[in-house]
Write a protein that binds this ligand. Structure first.
Ligand code: PBG
Length: 324
């Protein structure tokens, strides 16, 4: 039967009925907040391209964690930078670096999942995500550095490590290194399908991690490719990833939805810096309404299949009750 016997509007008549029939919800627990740690500053330094976000001295993390815990977020995703960049990015696995230091202050004190991003781009002079000459990255030398970094973070108390360097074999290398150190309970959130994207630009201001020569297209994926994205996810799954992530999010919802059908792993999506910056800029101009657009975006990620969402909107969305 169709119209006039069928009228879809019958089930949309009241707010309470719409709430009863809502198929997808976003709860704060699904949200992970990225936090930028900078050991060179005494007080928070606002990031102009990410309004509402700052770089924080590691000592500020307990306060952020308290807020996140009160808002019942799922967790934090920590990014660090070194006191000094070097050719090989040794600062990344320095046990006294910003991320391990901050982690040690938090461990056991919060009901949050603490995730540490594992990459070298903020630590190398080249600004690339691996070790090499200029833009030429040595994949296998990079794996050793990433594994040392992951072990340092896990020892400091990271619940999960999240390799984002797009080095081939990085998930397997981390798993072996962690297990070798008796860190078999540390989970790996794999940036499995990570495309080279203009949407990361505000992040690179935050982390001062733009490549000095060339670009990241020889290790990050071409966003035009759907089958290649699924292969990336298959490989990370086979290497032992616990959670698979799609990044960026808004431009790759088709891949997220497809991954939901192909994999039984929990799926994450990264609502990246450029996606956040676009929303904030339009809100500041009064062109869109933040408390309407943010829940719509976050719901789209859930509907497409994400179990958890890394988003710069996390705290505001959870604290302001926009999620309903
Ligand atoms: C590090 C890394 C990047 C992001 C997360 N981890 C930057 C990049 O790959 O250039 C981007 C996150 C964002 O834009 O919010 N490799």
């Amino acid at each position: 039967m169709g119209f006039p016997g069928v009228r879809m509007r019958r089930l949309r008549r009241t707010p309470w009925l719409r709430e009863t029939l809502r198929e997808t919800r976003v709860s704060p627990r699904r949200l992970f907040l990225p936090v930028f740690l900078d050991p060179t500053i005494p007080t928070p330094a606002p990031i102009s391209s990410l309004p509402g976000h700052s770089r924080y001295p590691p000592s500020a993390l307990p306060e952020i964690a308290r807020r996140a815990e009160k808002a019942e977020l799922g967790g934090l995703l920590l990014f660090g930078r070194p006191r000094e960049k070097t050719r090989e990015g040794e600062g990344a696995w320095d046990p006294e670096g910003a991320v391990p230091q901050a982690l040690r202050m938090l461990v056991g004190k919060h009901s949050l999942t603490l995730v540490a991003d594992v990459c070298l781009c903020a630590y190398t002079l080249s600004g690339h995500c691996g070790i090499g000459e200029g833009a030429r990255i040595d994949n296998d030398a990079t794996l050793r550095a990433l594994a040392s970094t992951a072990v340092a973070y896990a020892k400091a108390g990271a619940d999960w490590v999240a390799p984002s360097a797009m080095a081939d074999g990085q998930v397997g290398a981390l798993r072996r290194a962690l297990d070798g150190e008796g860190l078999e309970d540390t989970a790996i959130l794999a940036y499995a399908l990570k495309s080279a994207s203009a949407f990361y630009e505000p992040f690179r201001e935050a982390e001062d991690s733009a490549p000095q020569t060339g670009d990241r297209k020889h290790y990050q994926m071409d966003y035009s490719n759907r089958r290649e994205g699924l292969r990336e996810m298959e490989l990370d799954a086979a290497e032992g990833a616990d959670v698979l992530m799609v990044k960026p999010g808004l431009t790759q919802l088709d891949l997220l939805a497809r991954a939901r059908e192909e994999f039984h792993h929990p799926l994450a999506v990264y609502n990246v810096s450029g996606e956040y910056a676009m929303v904030k800029a339009a809100v500041q101009k009064g062109w869109i309404t933040e408390d309407r657009i943010v829940p719509e975006i976050l719901t789209a990620f859930r509907r497409a299949g994400a179990d958890l969402i890394v988003t710069y909107h996390a705290l505001e969305a959870a604290e302001s009750g926009w999620l309903g």
